[in-house]
Design a protein around this ligand. Sequence first.
Ligand code: NAD
Length: 296
Amino acid sequence: MAKVAFIGLGNMGGPMVLNLLKAGHDCAVFDLSADAMKAAGDAGATLAGGPGEAARCVDVVVSMLPAGKHVRGVYEGEGGVIENASAGTLLIDCSTIDVASARAVGAAAKAAGLPMVDAPVSGGTAGAAAGTLTFMVGGPEEAFTAAKPFLDIMGGTIVHAGDSGNGQAAKICNNMLLGITMLGTCEAFMLAKRLGLDAQKLFDISSKASGQSWSMTSYCPVPGPVPTTPANRDYQPGFAAAMMLKDLKLAQEAAAQVDAATPLGSAAESLYSLFCNAGNGGMDFSGIIKMIDGDA
Ligand code: NAD
């Protein structure tokens, strides 16, 4: 069994480390939150006093942090992972962060002789608890191969997307598309309602026709057609609108850096900003249909 350091024990990291512990790995953990540390300690993890202390003498470091600045601090900062890990230690950052930060940390790790992958996830807290997350992985082939057995414990689908930063690129491209298709689906249901077309009828047709998308068939934003979606529980998340906005902002930031015109992604970012600024950030992202429908 391996020695693993896990840094960032929030809504996602908390359940992810439990799966590593259940698989029999020795886990040293660190989080700024005393409550999160206590929960991991109660589950059998060793508590470390900082990221560097956690990363010393382990085989693998896994992190699940809010944003690029936290990841850079934890890895590159004084007393951080890169300064303290032994040469050859494998680094796996599962946070969703900007592509540029992911590539900068990957390069700093490489310079220190530490193989690293960026491995952001989709699947949310339910996937983290069930160990069924999808991992989108960027980094060298050997680092991917070494990371895969650990990712297999926490996830169901593991895809190597290419070099350092490409996991993050895959994540933001996918989620930009998701935001756009959700908004398009919401518009279609809103228009149908005003034209006197029943939502179930639109679903029966579009879910089998050329308007089909995951936002329609698996995450339908109106109650009824797909009973398991957040629309049927007053838009309790699910995937919170604030998280969608974070990913849309990352997509716009990345697009600006490479001169990519993403007008629909930009519109989606503006619409989710309006929705979140109106106090709806905690609602499921499909709840934006209320705003599209003039009801939020
Ligand atoms: P969270 O805010 O619940 O957890 C983040 C944790 O990091 C907190 O416990 C916080 O105390 C800790 N932390 C912050 N700075 C730290 C530092 N310097 N050292 C140690 N710990 C530190 O967030 P989350 O929902 O677990 O999300 C984590 C990442 O996963 C984010 O990048 C998010 O975008 C991504 N993500 C989340 C979801 C989701 O459904 N929650 C889904 C997919 C991806």
